[in-house]
Every structure is written in structure tokens, then in C-alpha cells.
Design a protein around this ligand. Structure first.
Ligand SMILES: Cc1cc2nc3c(=O)[nH]c(=O)nc-3n(C[C@H](O)[C@H](O)[C@H](O)COP(=O)(O)OP(=O)(O)OC[C@H]3O[C@@H](n4cnc5c(N)ncnc54)[C@H](O)[C@@H]3O)c2cc1C
Ligand code: FES
Length: 1393
């Protein structure tokens, strides 16, 4: 095997590819194949043709020995800043501001690089350049749509994807460069390809010549001998060359005894997390039969080891430009399976085996079942061909069954000339047409998400000779992934339909029968929704050919009136006008939407402030190139010191229990686990403390009683991280619940048992006015059904709003490396937002003075609040283990453990009572707020304050509240980006909408009516009073809603809703007022001998661009010494990692203000240096005129000037201020599937005088998309013990590039000079997240429009007021539009006839 840049042999067969190479670029954080952070380029050389092929693959799923004779290119292999120079891919990602924390960036680079290499290979196949070839500097043949799709499987939690998409599109041949977003290459209106870093064809994936030679030399040898098993790291790798050889192997004694794994692409290890250690691998890919493709007149036979990507290509070729609709649509659907970098190695056979044996929710089984496929299997000496349907129904195959090939038949209309297949094998004289369609409803449109339900339908249709109706002659209806054992044919429904004219009443009967047939097994989530999807898809398939529903031809969507594999998001549902003439049906249209752009349009408006240059310029993020090229070092990239061992957390799975013992699984002896670290290992003088906040400490390990499922109980130590993870997962914990009360798992239970944490009064915001008086003034009132205004009692039976948790999903999970040092000292590298607190907690746990503990943090791969308090237990446990073992210990949590132990956003339940006038003016509001804090306080006691402050964005007249912080037995909840504020701001919108719907008024008018005046703002936010110029919200709202665009949008939506029965749109506008608070922060500036400058700040670089702003500020501060050269100084400044023994009182990086506080501290430190250096300069100037920076520094050193200054910025009384912004969003919902598409979002955010508009814009977009995740996508699901079960990329779906607004416009408002803020700037990290509520509110508007349709009017007190859950995932939306809307539609149709 070979790899670029490393060509070292792999350490072990079982090691994943990325782990095998000593490079930082590829991040093996998930091992699920679901995030794309570890994508590399895999290149293969075909000795016979001399061709090199390239594919993106997920290195966490790719086994090292599977790379034999392949070349691997990591992002470092493309280029490095340190050596040889960066590649255009790196430079453009950095220049388009597409890297924030940078943890995802290497994977993004490699997905893009693979797309470029593939486009090039395609172009090479066409000899010579053609006149329409793209100009030099662009990629050959890469279209903008392909460029966007290249990164569709890559997760990024920071950027919001828009800049990533733009960087990718900069390589596309068909892009208008002016359409690309803010970048550091040109100003708007001045775009030109020559300004982009040059991209040279052939610069990606150069296949090493030595390896070509080796491959050429080895191929004939391979033909002669079967090579012996390869051995590495105690495991053996076997590559049988024939079916016989395979059976010889598995028949040997070795196979029976050992833990053997049979693999092709090994992607199943991403689906089923491995808790086994294998010591024998059998790779099926060298068996020629499994790789062969045989094209026959009646169909195509594909070897089982052929990858899904190859199968797509084969089917596309066989479809002959989509003359064969079935092949074409199967290929389209397959493009929605997983992501490209999984499909490139995942085999067809592997998928079908998983479907058959493991009940995997396969798409491939369903679509091939509908296409009438058969398979060839070998069971020991027996070979048989069976239909796929029979295969799926067989008992689960054991490892001795080999799937050899899959046969997909061609279908031709009965009675046509070619001898295609009919379902019963007979030939009919009647002329028929073949209809084939596939569907999937999944949380993401472009794949990378398993479907709620998939289906594929095949029909032979003909005209009835006596009537104009169409008759289904033959039919196959396949459904899968809905919570069944495997994909099935709904034969009873087929039977009902075949031979009958398709009328509305027949269709209705079929829909009812399908609902009774497609029933998920017990315990399946959203079961009723899945059944209703089956109805929706059948209806979508048959309605256009149903008698009496045919419409005149307008838009022709032939043989696929619904786009295939649309995520249930059809471009044209039954609303579309369809020509069903048989001739037209047989003319095939692929329905593929691969040329559709994901992002249609985006615009960024910024205003650069030049008062404090270089502060204010949209400079590129510091280190962005290093992040792209993989040279940036995160904690897990630090090379492991000698004797380093690895730790993994063992956590409780019970909510409240005595932990009697923890035992390791003895069958895992070979993992060489030195043991478990528990509370017993805390040294004398130390204490069981794992975190600390101003509200008190929390334990490191649950001992002797665990307080929640997910509480850490100990750490397993092993010689590799993987072994430690496996051992931790298989640890056996003995619990007892003797003499313990039942755990408190809900807010309701906590209220019942009065289990609260007391909030200190100083943290509770003021109430305003007299609530009773306000209510008395109201024309109308809404009382909470719980009726417990001002007191909490057991009558709480209804909450107006329920909000669940959200997980941080930073891309770098919690990580720490602890290294014991001399004299009882400990050095800990921690991925933490608060190293200073980590130092305190570690010292306390180990019983050491703080000066014995040094915590170092260079950068954090995304924090969002989750690397504040929740990083402390990991750093502390790691330090404790290192202390006990006197060896370095590293911990890097796997995603599941991270999700389970770190908690997340606070769940809440809220009741409100509100009074209002007939014109929508609210006169009084009372809120009862219940916050689920989990088992410890963390920082939960500030959440009521944050909630109420954000809720006070409107003038409620009189305002009162009660807040309770509930102590429960669930995992501790901590601050997550906009903690409390996002919920408070959202609840304000929910109240406004409730008022509006009660009055039957436009919610946006009610919003406007209740915005604060300057006077009411001063009353509600007395400590941050604002004058009229500072209060920019009204002008922002006017800009957003008074524009022509907005009015036009409203009218277009109304007409859209009038003309569409199955799709509806909604528009909403949401303003925000968000208070932030600055905290004291240190800054240290040191000028070194050569004039270079090192800056240390309290703030940590989390991706928010803190270092970039600090660097600009240092250049501005020291630039006072050389005003015209401050830009040059920028190049001489380096911001260095945080070190708790070098820069003390570092504090926390949290609350959006740490960048500006760190900047201010640095400015103050610079002022001190300027004061010291100014006299030296003046002296010098007097003597010799002009003086350079270097001369000045040399002179200062000579005369003994102290060139290091440290200042501690204390914000004082102006520490808090208000942020303003507003957003409008337009959302389209699909009533059949519940899918939502964000058609457009327009944001205006007041950033003051931005310190760096590029950085702030990135924060605004990224926060908004993270908010979309909270409101629309991310389901946080726990079991009955409170243990998180949506615990990985399979079940927890953060936004991807295909779920962000299709039109995404952001304006940063420069509200000018403000003496109370740091150089007049404002915060940008958290407030814009609140704006994402606009997407949820727009969805509600769309649902409201749907409920006006007779078939969707759902019973209830009011069709226009309803609870729309957060997140508004597809099942939630569909439920509110009626799970039986199809049946009701058909019933209405029949009764109106
Ligand atoms: C992130 C991710 C997302 C996914 N999303 C989807 C999706 O949306 N829809 C969907 O349908 N699938 C999806 N998949 C599943 C994916 O298609 C399968 O994991 C893949 O096809 C399995 O192929 P493989 O070659 O990697 O199998 P391997 O992992 O190598 O093997 C899987 C199992 O099959 C056995 N096996 C493999 N080949 C044979 C054979 N020829 N004969 C006998 N036994 C064999 C192996 O022993 C093993 O037990 C997803 C997978 C991942 C990782
Ligand atoms: S920049 Fe993509 S995850 Fe941080």
C-alpha cells in the first residue's frame, strides 16, 4: 500500500486509514461515516489501461489493509504551508472565510479535491480541449451544482455552509464569479478568475510512479499465487481469490475459533458501532466473480462487491441516456444513499446482506425489490438464484453464505418489440406502458440520512379499450425502512389494484389498505407518520393517472411525475399538470435533479469602518490555511508522548442507583487494559470534584450513588483509544436501587416533589408594573390552562410551550492529554473554553496547589458552550489517571459518549397568561417558567435571567414571572450558544402568534405593535439604557418589512398557496433584543528581540475569530507608534496558546463578548508599551529622523525598556449592552411528507462598528444555521431512564448544506460610534442564533395555510392556533397537516362528484 505524504506500512489491519497515518489532517472523530471530517482521496491504478481513478472515502471506515496498492492523499498531501506551498483548494477555502474552528475543513478540502479529480478524469476521457472548456485556472467540467454536492455529506457546525459552498463553486466552470460571496480575493463588482489562487489540472492525486511499477510487477505474480495472509498488529488479513478459496478459509479451524470479520467496504462498522476486536479479516474484493458485471439484453448482473458508486455508473450507462427509466431512476435513488464518500466503498452486496441479516433500513433492497431483481448466493457448496423477495424472507444468512451477484431485469412495455420482462412472464397483446418511481422521505434531501420510509413502485398500465380509463395490468409496490424486518411488497394492495380502472374510489380503498399494511413494529418512532407516508407515496404515484383527475398538459413530467428519491420533497406532486398519454409515458425523463443548485442565491452586505485600521478590515481568519491543510494542531493531534495510554469514560445507564461494582469484560484480555480509574484513586488531600462554577462544585464520578444515566463512573485505561472505547462499552456495572426513591425524570415530577435549585435573588430580573392591572386593561385574555398564576401547584396539566434539549455537536469531541511532570506537577492539554477553571478543578481533585497544574489550550474544534463546564470532567479524569499511573494519558471521547455525558441545552416548559387590546397591543403578561437543570447546578441558575431578558424584547405592558430551576435525575444541562435567550426569544414569538391567531390578525402586525419605544426599552432593560440613535431595532425592522421585496414576497406566497394543494408557503419576521455582558479579561503583549510580537489573551480561539480580531487590535494599538505602518505590523504579530501559568485569570470564553474584551485588554497593554516606547522614538527621531520598527525595538532593548505589558480589562458599569437584529424567512412545506424547505432568509444584524466584518458575518450565518438545527432538525431523544438515544450522526441530524436557506442574505448594520463599547463594536457570536426562530414561525404560517384546505383542517379548538413543536421535524409538520389528508382529499373528491 502507499499513501501520500506518508508511505509507511499500516500498523494494524484493524486500524482505520486515518489513524494509520501520522498526519493531523484527517479527523477520525466519529467512526460512523456520518460527518466527513476524515475524508481522504483514494486513487487506484489500472495497470492494463494505465488509467488512474479517484474517489473520496471516509477514512474512519476504511481498513488499512484494504488499501493495498492504492494511493491515499490526505489534505497535507495536497500541499502544506510549511513545505512546498498550499494548494488552491486550501487557499480558496481560507479566502472565502469558509473555515472557522477548522475541524471539519480538511475533510471538506478532500471532498472538494475528489470532485475536482473526478471532473478532470471525465474531461480526460474526452480527447483534447473543446471550445466550451472552462478557462485555465478552473476545474475541467465541474459544474456549480456538482461543486455544491461534493460537500453534501460533510458536516460543519460553525460556518452555516454558505461560504463553503462558495469556495467550492469558485472552481466551477459555469459559475458567475460575481455571484460568489464575500472573500479576500476581490471586492464586489471586481471579480475576476485571475484573482483566485490558481488551480492547475493534474495537481490532485498524482499516483506515485514506484507504486505503478510495483502494481505492474505484481499483477502476474498475483495470478500465479495466492499470497499468504498479511500480518500486522496481531491481526491477519486474508484475500481469497475465488469462492472456493473463501470456503476453504472459513471451513478451516481458524475461522471457527477466531473473531473473524468478512468485509468489502467495511462501512457497516459505521452503522453498527463495533464492540468486538477482530483478529482475522477476510476481504471479499479479490474474488473476481464478486466484481464482475455482465450486461445482457434482458438485464444487468452486478457483482456483490461492486460499490454503490460503480453501480450507479453502470446503471447510467445501461440506461443509455435514460432510455431505460428504471435503471435511471434506480441510479437517481442510489445517489441519495449515504454520502458520496460512503457510496464509493460501500458495496451493493454488503447493503443487501445488512438488510437481510441485520434488519437494516436499506434503500437498495426496496428499490431493487420493486424492480423485480434476483440474486445469486452460494451457501457452502450450494449455489442458487432466488428472487430478492425470497432472499429477504429467508432466515438471516450466516457468515457461510456468500452473496455473489444481483440481477436487475430490464422492463419493457408488454407488447413492445423487445423481449423485456413481464411480471408473470407471459406476453400480452395489450400495449402497456411501464411506470416506475422511487421515493424516500428522510431528514435531509440529498441523503446522508436514513429514510423514515422508502418505496418504489413498478406498474404496467394500459388503456381500457372500452373506456378512457387506465388499467393497472401488473403492479409491484415495495416499501422499506419504516420499522419492518425488511423491505416488503404490499401484495394485498397490488391485488386490489390490478385489473381495475384506477378511479378515485379504488385509489381511496388502496390508500386505506396500504395504511393497514405498512405498520411499523412496536417502538418505532413516528410510527403513524411512517404509515401515512406510505399512503402519500402511493397517492403521488397513482393520482395523476386516476380517472377523473387528468388535467390538460402544461408541464410534462413523464413517467416520473414526482422526482425520484426526493426526500419526499417532490418538485411537482399531484398538483402538477401531467400528460399521461401512453406514448408520453414511455418517453422517459429521468427526473434526476442533480443539476439543481442547492443554494440559489446569497448576498452579504457589510460596511467597513476605517477609523481604527487595521481593525475593521474583513481580514482572513488567522490560521485558516493551516486548518485547511491539516497543519493546525488540536489536542488529539499532539503526538502521544512515550508510554502514553488512553482513557475512555464508563458512564451510568441508570438514573438513580447505588453503584456496587464496575468490572471489565474478561473476554477482552487481549486489549491490555491496565485498569479502571475510579473515585478510589483520588489521592489523599484531593476530592471527588470534576467541575466547578460560581454556584459550587460537582462530583467527578458518581459514587457511591449515580444520580443520572450518563454520569461518568470511572475511566478505563488501555493501550489504544479504540481498545479503551471498546472496554468501556463492555464494562459490567452492578447497580442496586435498594432504599432509593424513584428518580425524577421530568419537570412535572420535579414540581410534584419540590425538587429545585434555589436561584439567588440578585440573578432574577425585575418585574414590570402591576400584572393584575394590566390584565384589567385588556380587551381579551388568554389564561394558561394550568391556572396557576403566581403559584406552583399540582394542577399543572398543560404547558403552552415545551422545549427540548439540543446537543452542541462541536466537531471535535471533548479531548485532553495529561502529562505528569517533575515535582508532583501535571501538564494538561485541554480542549476547553475555560482552562483557568480546569486548572483549579484538577488541582482540587489531585490535592495539589494550583501552581503544580498547567493547563494549555491552543485551539478548540468548536465549543458553543459545551467546552466550558462540560470540558472540566474530561480534563480532570485524564489528569487523575495520569497521576495514578505516572504515565501520560490521553482521552478523546467517541461521539456517543460525548453526546451522552455532556448534556446540552436546557429543556423547558412554559405557561403564560396574556392580556391584549383589540388592536393587538399587549397590556400584561405573566410567565411560569420551569427549567430542567439535570442533576447538578452547573450554570443553570443564570438561565432564568437569560430567558427573561431575551423575552423582554417586546413591550408587554405589565410583566411578571415565576421561574423554577428543577433538579432532576437527567444529565446536567449546561450553557449552549444563546443559553436561555434562544428559548426566551422564541417564547415571546409564540405568545405574539397566539395573540394574533386569537384576534385573527397578521402576526407581523402584532409584532410591530409591541416593539419597544426608547422609553419602554429603558423600563424593561434599565441597566443597559439606550438613546434613540443606539436603539436601531425599529430601523432594522423597517428595512426588513417595509421593503418592496417583502411586499412582493407576501403577494407571491398568497398566490402560491392559492394555486397549490399539496405545498404551502409561509413568511415570518422575527426581531431580537439580546443582552450581553462583558467580563474581566487579561491581555499580554510582548515585543521580542527581532521586533516580532507575541500576544496572549484570556480568550480561547474556538473558531469565532478571536485571534484574528486580537491581532488586528494589537496592530492598531502598537500602530500608534507608526500610524502609516500598522498594516505591516499585522504580519509580525502572533497570538499564542493559552497557558494558565503564563497568563493568569484567563477566565471563560463565553457569552459572545470575549473577543472584544480580549481586544480591549490587548489595546490597554499596547497603550502601556506605546507610553514606554514613545519617548525612545522621539529621542531617536530627534537624532536621526525617521526610525524603523526594528531600530526602535533594538534601541529600547539596549536602554532597558520593559517590552512586555500585561493589562487586565475590567468592563465596569458598561459591561452589558443590547444587541439588535431581525430576520424574515420564507418556508415551503410539503403536506404529503411534512418536508420543509427554507426558500429564503434575510437577516439584518447590528454589529456596531465591526472589528472584522468577515469574521462577524461568519458568526451571524453560522449561528443562524445552528439555530435552524434547534428549531427544525435536531431531535433529542431519551429512553425511559433519561439516557440519550439519539446519540450519533445516525439519529441526531444537524443541518447540512442542503437544508440551509436556498436564498441566504445577510446585512451587517454599522450603527456607528458608541463610546461605551470596545471601539464601538458589538457582539456577534450568539444573538443571531435567536433569529432562526423566523424559520420556525414561517413554518407555522405555512401549516396555518395548509389547515385552511378542507383535506387538512385538523380538529381542535382553533385551526389557526396550534402547538408546533421544536424541532419542527417532518413528522411534526405532517401531523399538523393531517396524517389522513390524502384519504380526506379523496373522500371529498368522491362526495363532490
Ligand atoms: C454513514 C452511512 C450512511 C448510510 N446511509 C444509507 C442509506 O441512506 N440507505 C441505505 O440503503 N444504506 C445506507 N448505508 C448503508 C451502506 O449502504 C452499507 O453500509 C454498505 O452498502 C455496506 O457495504 P460494505 O461493502 O461496506 O459492507 P461491509 O461493511 O464490508 O459488510 C457488511 C456485512 O455484510 C457482509 N458481506 C458483505 N458482502 C458480502 C457478500 N458478498 N456476501 C456475504 N456477506 C457479505 C459482511 O460480512 C458484513 O457482515 C449507510 C452507511 C453509512 C456508513
Ligand atoms: S469550521 Fe466547520 S466545524 Fe468548525
Amino acid at each position: 500500500m502507499a499513501a501520500s505524504p506518508s508511505t509507511a506500512p499500516a500498523p494494524s489491519s484493524s486500524a482505520s486509514a486515518a489513524a494509520a497515518f501520522a498526519v493531523n489532517g484527517e479527523r477520525v472523530e466519529l467512526r460512523e461515516g456520518g460527518c466527513g471530517a476524515c475524508v481522504v482521496l483514494l486513487s487506484a491504478y489500472d495497470a492494463a489501461s494505465g488509467a488512474v481513478s479517484h474517489a473520496a472515502v471516509s477514512s474512519c471506515l476504511t481498513l488499512v489493509h484494504g488499501l493495498h496498492h492504492r494511493a491515499v492523499t490526505t489534505t497535507e498531501g495536497l500541499g502544506r504551508a510549511g513545505a512546498g506551498g498550499l494548494h488552491a483548494v486550501h487557499e480558496r477555502l481560507a479566502g472565502f472565510h469558509a473555515s472557522q474552528c477548522g475541524f471539519c475543513t480538511p475533510g471538506v478540502c478532500m471532498s472538494l479535491a475528489a470532485a475536482l479529480a473526478a471532473a478532470e478524469a471525465k474531461a480526460k476521457a474526452q480527447a483534447g480541449r473543446r471550445p466550451d472548456d472552462p478557462p485555465e485556472g478552473f476545474a475541467a467540467r465541474l459544474t456549480a451544482a456538482e461543486a455544491e454536492r461534493a460537500v453534501a455529506g460533510n458536516l460543519c457546525r460553525c460556518t452555516g455552509y454558505r461560504p463553503i459552498a462558495d469556495a467550492c463553486k469558485s472552481f466551477a466552470a459555469d459559475v458567475d464569479l460575481e455571484d460568489l460571496g464575500l472573500n479576500s480575493f476581490w471586492r464586489k463588482g471586481d471579480a475576476h478568475a485571475s484573482k483566485l489562487p490558481r488551480y492547475d489540472e493534474g495537481s490532485i492525486g498524482v499516483f506515485p510512479e514506484f507504486l505503478k511499477a510495483e502494481i505492474k510487477a505484481s499483477s502476474w505474480v498475483d495470478d500465479l499465487y495466492t499470497p499468504p495472509a498479511l500480518v500486522g498488529g496481531g491481526s491477519t488479513w486474508h484475500r481469497p481469490r475465488s469462492v472456493e478459496e473463501y470456503y476453504k478459509l472459513v471451513g478451516s479451524e481458524l475461522f471457527g475459533e477466531s473473531r473473524t470479520k468478512v468485509v468489502v467496504g467495511n462501512t457497516a462498522s459505521g452503522v453498527y458501532r463495533e464492540t468486538e476486536v477482530h483478529d482475522r479479516y477476510i476481504d471479499l474484493r479479490c474474488i473476481p466473480e464478486l466484481n464482475s458485471v455482465s450486461k445482457e439484453a434482458n438485464g444487468v448482473q452486478i457483482g456483490a462487491a461492486v460499490s454503490i458508486s460503480q453501480a450507479i455508473e453502470i446503471l447510467r450507462v445501461e440506461a443509455g441516456g435514460c432510455h431505460d427509466v428504471i435503471f435511471c431512476k434506480i441510479a437517481d435513488h442510489m445517489e441519495k444513499v449515504a454520502s458520496l464518500f460512503v457510496r464509493n466503498t460501500a458495496s451493493l452486496g454488503g447493503n443487501l446482506i445488512m438488510a437481510q441479516r441485520d434488519q437494516f433500513a436499506s434503500d437498495i433492497a426496496t428499490i431493487l425489490l420493486a424492480a423485480g431483481s434476483s440474486i445469486c448466493i452460494q451457501a457452502s457448496s450450494r449455489r442458487l438464484t432466488v428472487t430478492l423477495e425470497d432472499f429477504l424472507q429467508m432466515p438471516p444468512c450466516d457468515h457461510k453464505t456468500l452473496l455473489l451477484s444481483i440481477y436487475i431485469p430490464r422492463w419493457t412495455p408488454i407488447g413492445s418489440l423487445s423481449g423485456g420482462k413481464t411480471m408473470d412472464g407471459t406476453v400480452s397483446k395489450i400495449g402497456t406502458s411501464v411506470l416506475f418511481e422511487t421515493y424516500r422521505a428522510a431528514p435531509r434531501p440529498l441523503g446522508n440520512a436514513v429514510a423514515y420510509l422508502n418505496s418504489a413502485f413498478l406498474a404496467q398500465v394500459s388503456s381500457d379499450e372500452t373506456s378512457s380509463s387506465l388499467i393497472l395490468r401488473e403492479l409491484c409496490l415495495a416499501f422499506g425502512a419504516y420499522g419492518s424486518q425488511h423491505a416488503i411488497r404490499a401484495r394485498n394492495v397490488e391485488k386490489l389494484l390490478v385489473g381495475k380502472p384506477i378511479t378515485a374510489s379504488v385509489l381511496l380503498e388502496a390508500c386505506r389498505l396500504v395504511k393497514e399494511t405498512i405498520v411499523p413494529k412496536e417502538g418505532t418512532r413516528h410510527a403513524a407518520y411512517r404509515s401515512s407516508l406510505a399512503v402519500a407515496f402511493l397517492f403521488t404515484f397513482l393520482y395523476p393517472v386516476t380517472e377523473g383527475t387528468l388535467k390538460p398538459v402544461k408541464a410534462v413530467h413523464l413517467n416520473g411525475y414526482v422526482t425520484s428519491g426526493t426526500n419526499g420533497n417532490p418538485n411537482c406532486g399531484p398538483d402538477a399538470h401531467v400528460d399521461v398519454s401512453l406514448k408520453k409515458i414511455n418517453d422517459v425523463n429521468s427526473g434526476s435533479c442533480t443539476n439543481d443548485r442547492i443554494l440559489e442565491y446569497s448576498n452579504q452586505i457589510i460596511e467597513i469602518n476605517k477609523d481604527y485600521l487595521p481593525v475593521g478590515i474583513p481580514a482572513k481568519k488567522v490560521g485558516a490555511e493551516l486548518q485547511a491543510s491539516g497543519e493546525a494542531v488540536f489536542v488529539d493531534d499532539i503526538p502521544s508522548p512515550k508510554d502514553c495510554v488512553y482513557g475512555a469514560s464508563i458512564y451510568s445507564t441508570k438514573p438513580l442507583a447505588h453503584v456496587k461494582s464496575i468490572e471489565l469484560d474478561l473476554s477482552l484480555k487481549q486489549l491490555k487494559t491496565p485498569g479502571v480509574v475510579t473515585v478510589k484513586d483520588i489521592p489523599e488531600g484531593g476530592s471527588n470534584v470534576g467541575a466547578n462554577t460560581i454556584f459550587g462544585p460537582e462530583p467527578l464520578f458518581g459514587d457511591p450513588i449515580t444520580q443520572c444515566a450518563g454520569e461518568p463512573l470511572g475511566v478505563v485505561i488501555a493501550e489504544t483509544q479504540r481498545f479503551a472505547n471498546i472496554a468501556a462499552k463492555r464494562a459490567v456495572i452492578d447497580y442496586s436501587t435498594e432504599n432509593l426513591d424513584a428518580p425524577i425524570l421530568s419537570i412535572e415530577e420535579s414540581v410534584k416533589r419540590c425538587s429545585y435549585f434555589e436561584t439567588p435573588p440578585f440573578l432574577l430580573p425585575q418585574k414590570i408594573g402591576d400584572f393584575s392591572k394590566g390584565m384589567a386593561e385588556a380587551d381579551q385574555k388568554i389564561y394558561s390552562e394550568g391556572c396557576f398564576v403566581r403559584q406552583f401547584d399540582l394542577r399543572i396539566n398543560y404547558f403552552n410551550v415545551k422545549l427540548n434539549s439540543q446537543y452542541y455537536f462541536y466537531m471535535e469531541t471533548q479531548a485532553a492529554l495529561a502529562i505528569p511532570d517533575e515535582d508532583n506537577c501535571m501538564v494538561v492539554y485541554s480542549s476547553s473554553q475555560c482552562p483557568e477553571t480546569a486548572q483549579n478543578v484538577i488541582a482540587k481533585c489531585l490535592g495539589l496547589p494550583c501552581h503544580n497544574v498547567r493547563v494549555i489550550t491552543r485551539r478548540v474544534g468548536g465549543g458553543f458552550g459545551g467546552k466550558a463546564v462540560r470540558s472540566l470532567p474530561v480534563a480532570t479524569a485524564c489528569a487523575l489517571a495520569a497521576f495514578k499511573l505516572c504515565r501520560p494519558v490521553r482521552m478523546y471521547l467517541d461521539r456517543k459518549t460525548d453526546m451522552i455525558v455532556t448534556g446540552g441545552r436546557h429543556p423547558m416548559k412554559i405557561c403564560y397568561s396574556v392580556g391584549f387590546k383589540a388592536d393587538g397591543k399587549i397590556t400584561a403578561l405573566h410567565i411560569d417558567l420551569f427549567i430542567n437543570a439535570g442533576m447538578t447546578k452547573d450554570v443553570s441558575l443564570i438561565i432564568p435571567h437569560n430567558f427573561i431578558e431575551a423575552l423582554k424584547k417586546y413591550n408587554w405592558g405589565a410583566f411578571s414571572y415565576e421561574a423554577k430551576v428543577c433538579k432532576t435525575n437527567i444529565s446536567t444541562k449546561s450553557a449552549m450558544r444563546g443559553p436561555g435567550e434562544v428559548q426566551g426569544s422564541y417564547v415571546a414569538e409564540a405568545i405574539i402568534e397566539h395573540v394574533a391567531s386569537t384576534l385573527s390578525a397578521d402576526a407581523n402586525l402584532v409584532r410591530h405593535r409591541n416593539l419597544h419605544t426608547v422609553e419602554s426599552l429603558a423600563l424593561f432593560h434599565s441597566e443597559c439604557s439606550e438613546d434613540a440613535t443606539g436603539y436601531t431595532l425599529h430601523s432594522i425592522c423597517d428595512q426588513v418589512t417595509a421593503s418592496e421585496n417583502y411586499q412582493h414576497q407576501l403577494e407571491t406566497i398568497q398566490s402560491f398557496n392559492k394555486n397549490n394543494k399539496w405545498k404551502k408557503r409561509g413568511l415570518s419576521f422575527v426581531p431580537i433584543v439580546h443582552k450581553v455582558l462583558s467580563r474581566p479579561t487579561p491581555g499580554k503583549v510582548s515585543i521580542l528581540n527581532d521586533g516580532s510580537i507575541a500576544v496572549e489573551v484570556g480568550g480561547i480561539e474556538l473558531g469565532q475569530g478571536l485571534w484574528t480580531k486580537v491581532k488586528q487590535m494589537a496592530a492598531f494599538g502598537l500602530g500608534q507608534l507608526c500610524p502609516d505602518r500598522s498594516q505591516e505590523l499585522l504580519e509580525r504579530i502572533r497570538v499564542i496558546q493559552a497557558d494558565t501559568l503564563s497568563n493568569v485569570q484567563g477566565g471563560w470564553t463565553a457569552g459572545s463578548t470575549t473577543s472584544e474584551s480580549s481586544c480591549e485588554a490587548v489595546r490597554l497593554a499596547c497603550n502601556v508599551l506605546v507610553d514606554r516606547l514613545k519617548p525612545v522614538k522621539e529621542q531617536f527621531q530627534e537624532k536621526q529622523g525617521n526610525v524603523s520598527w526594528d531600530e526602535l525595538i533594538s534601541k529600547a532593548i539596549m536602554i532597558g525598556v520593559d517590552l512586555s505589558a500585561r493589562e487586565y480589562y475590567v468592563p465596569g458599569p458598561f459591561g452589558s449592552y443590547l444587541n439588535y437584529g431581525a430576520a424574515t424567512s420564507e418556508v415551503e412545506i410539503d403536506l404529503l411528507t411534512g418536508a420543509s424547505t427554507i426558500v429564503r432568509s434575510d437577516l439584518i444584524y447590528d454589529c456596531g462598528q465591526s472589528l472584522n466584518p468577515a469574521v462577524d458575518l461568519g458568526q451571524v450565518e453560522g449561528a443562524f444555521v445552528q439555530g435552524i438545527g434547534y428549531f427544525m432538525n435536531e431531535e433529542y431523544v431519551t429512553n425511559s431512564d433519561g439516557l440519550l438515544i439519539s446519540d450519533g450522526t445516525w439519529t441526531y441530524k444537524i443541518p447540512t448544506v442542503d437544508t440551509i436557506p436556498k436564498q441566504f442574505n445577510v446585512k451587517l448594520l454599522n450603527s456607528g460610534f458608541h463610546k461605551k463599547r470596545v471601539l464601538s463594536s458589538k457582539a456577534s457570536g450568539e444573538p443571531p442564533l435567536l433569529l432562526a426562530a423566523s424559520v420556525h414561525c414561517a413554518t407555522r404560517e405555512a401549516i396555518r395555510a395548509a389547515r385552511n384546505e378542507p383535506h387538512c383542517s385538523v380538529f381542535g379548538p382553533s385551526p389557526s392556533h396550534f402547538d408546533l413543536e421544536v424541532p419542527a421535524v417532518m413528522p411534526v409538520v405532517k401531523e399538523l397537516c393531517g396524517l389522513d389528508s390524502v384519504e380526506r382529499y379523496l373522500e371529498n373528491l368522491l362526495t363532490s362528484e
